[in-house]
Ligand binder design. Structure first.
Ligand code: NAP
Ligand code: MG
Length: 499
């Protein structure tokens, strides 16, 4: 049956047939943790138990890194003609598309994301990312540098070796693909550590990688909690660690690298992104709908969430009225229903954290919409779309990354004030400005300190062509685009003296 025609009953029926794998994938096969320990994976949709997951620790990290190292040293992957790696990666992407319904369902059950999103964004996005880097890698050469006449100077790129990828739970497989696709395309071996809150799809696609022809040891999946991530970040056999997650853990990853082998560290961290609406906004209707999706899409569990809406005083009242209306589309509902736009919060601890911020917000700002836990399905974790109105850009809810469906609306009077407020953050992941004036658009976007700036839109750019990452404490390095290959390759100068 086609994805587009599936309804709630179809997804529930498919759920009943799922056989969920929870073991680690190391050196081309599924296996238990050495300790035999497991943890329970439950669905945030309804609290139902899904699987026992291998709780990997130090010994398993050693095994995975050793397998990755053996594969790399044997040159069975890096040594292939890039066209051959491309063909295998394309087969993997095709298998992921073929198993799209199963993977989307796993992602929805595991992370609470609406099935409409996992079928249309997450799973096709993963396949596309793998395809994009597969297609790029056999067109990506080095340089011959200018040099003395008696020299030939080659500048080439080589894979780094063993890449560890440690990723979060908000786009479990997509954030992983942004790392493993360029890393594998470039010829590295990879050890992927998914979040303990959302390990299922990573574990599943490992089998598909093997089926596609990725040799044993080249792609390994190490489920576990933060300790497994820490073991990789401290491991002397890991040459590079690519991390997406919170800023505090990112800081630790840098420390671990410094304490061990100075492995390359690439960090994609948090954000508190400003969305600025000027009075000459060319399309208020679109700006209102986009402001709502910027914060409520994916339950606000978005590193780029437009969590600070900066609106000019002249249009504030009218804009806010319309925004409250637009937010109604995001009333939480059963994530397995294809009509649902807002699903479940990832787990109890994140639910409590978000509700804690909402309590703090009630003390320091005006609650305009929502503010409570929603009862959708017994045992599940749901929060109403929540909007606060404040004049204090320094309020806790306007400063801290909440990672939930909570918006702070902040009023300003001048463009300079808007830019100052926008940049008054430790983060610098993304920003947006709405204006009809070309000069203002360029001027403001130049002054915004962020890795991505949207003008008269938000969250556009699903293409892999745009580098993605942060300024300041939102991280370093870039995912997506050819720039991502910088993270997973070393540059080598080879100087040949001619006789
Ligand atoms: P997190 O707590 O930092 O966890 C991220 C990953 O690190 C998880 O796999 C986690 O494992 C692991 N980890 C935890 N402690 C560790 C340690 N001491 N050493 C090594 N690894 C460790 O972040 P999260 O709560 O999963 O995700 C939310 C954060 O990710 C937000 O701040 C969000 O902004 C950020 N994010 C950023 C981007 C971006 O591209 N910039 C994209 C998505 C999300 P366990 O989960 O198993 O504990
Ligand atoms: Mg889960």
């Amino acid at each position: 049956m086609e994805t587009e025609t599936k309804d709630l009953n179809d997804w529930q029926a498919l759920r009943a047939t799922l056989a969920i794998e929870g073991r680690a994938f190391i050196d081309g096969r599924y296996r238990h943790a050495r300790s035999d320990e497991t943890f329970d994976c439950a669905s945030p949709i309804d609290g139902a138990w899904l699987a026992h997951i291998a709780s990997c620790g130090l010994a398993d990290a050693d095994d995975a890194v050793a397998a990755a190292r053996r594969a790399f040293d044997a040159n069975i992957w890096a040594g292939l003609n890039p066209r051959a790696r491309k063909a295998i990666l394309l087969r993997w992407a095709a298998l992921i598309r073929e198993h799209g319904d199963e993977l989307a369902l796993l992602e929805t059950l595991d992370a609470g994301k609406p099935i409409a999103d996992t079928t249309s964004v997450d799973v096709p996005g993963v396949a596309y990312c793998i395809e994009w880097f597969a297609e790029a890698i056999d067109k990506f050469g080095g340089d011959i540098a200018p040099a003395d006449h008696h020299l030939v100077g080659l500048v080439t790129r080589e894979p780094i070796g063993v890449v560890a990828a440690v990723v979060p739970w908000n786009f479990p497989l997509l954030m992983a693909a942004w790392k493993f696709a360029p890393a594998l395309a470039a010829g590295n071996s990879v050890v992927l550590k998914p979040s303990e809150k959302s390990p299922l799809t990573a574990i599943r696609v490992a089998q598909l990688a093997l089926e596609a022809g990725i040799p044993p040891g080249v792609f390994n999946v190490l489920p576990g909690n933060g300790d497994a991530g820490r073991a990789l970040a401290l491991h002397r056999g890991v040459d590079c660690i690519a991390f997406t997650g919170s800023t505090p853990v990112g800081k630790r990853i840098m420390q671990y690298a410094a304490e061990s082998n100075l492995k390359r560290v690439w960090l994609e961290l948090g954000g508190k992104s400003p969305n600025i609406v000027l009075p000459d906004c060319p399309d208020m209707d679109r700006a209102v709908k986009t402001a709502a999706s910027a914060i409520f899409y994916n339950m606000g569990e978005m590193c780029t969430a437009g969590s600070r809406l900066l609106v000019h005083r002249d249009i504030k009242e009218a804009f806010l009225d319309r925004l409250v209306n637009a937010a109604r589309r995001y009333a939480p509902a059963n994530p397995l229903d294809p009509a649902t736009a807002m699903g479940a919060i990832i787990d109890q601890s994140q639910l409590d954290r978000v509700l804690g911020f909402i309590e703090a917000g009630r003390q320091e700002a005006n609650l305009v919409l929502g503010g409570s836990r929603a009862q959708v399905i017994d045992g599940g974790f749901y929060i109403e779309p929540t909007i606060f109105d404040t004049t204090d850009g320094n309020a806790l809810i306007a400063r801290e990354e909440i990672f939930g469906p909570v918006l702070s609306v902040i009023t300003f009077d001048t463009i300079d004030e808007a830019v100052r407020l926008a940049n008054a953050s430790d983060y610098g992941l993304a920003a947006a400005v709405w204006t009809a004036d070309l000069n203002t658009a360029h001027d403001v976007s130049r002054r915004l300190r962020a890795g991505t700036v949207w003008v008269n839109c938000y969250d556009e750019g699903g293409d892999m062509n745009f580098p993605f990452g942060g300024y300041r404490q939102s991280g370093n390095g870039r995912d997506k685009s050819l720039h991502a290959l910088d993270k997973y390759t070393e540059l080598k100068s080879t100087l040949i003296r001619l006789a």
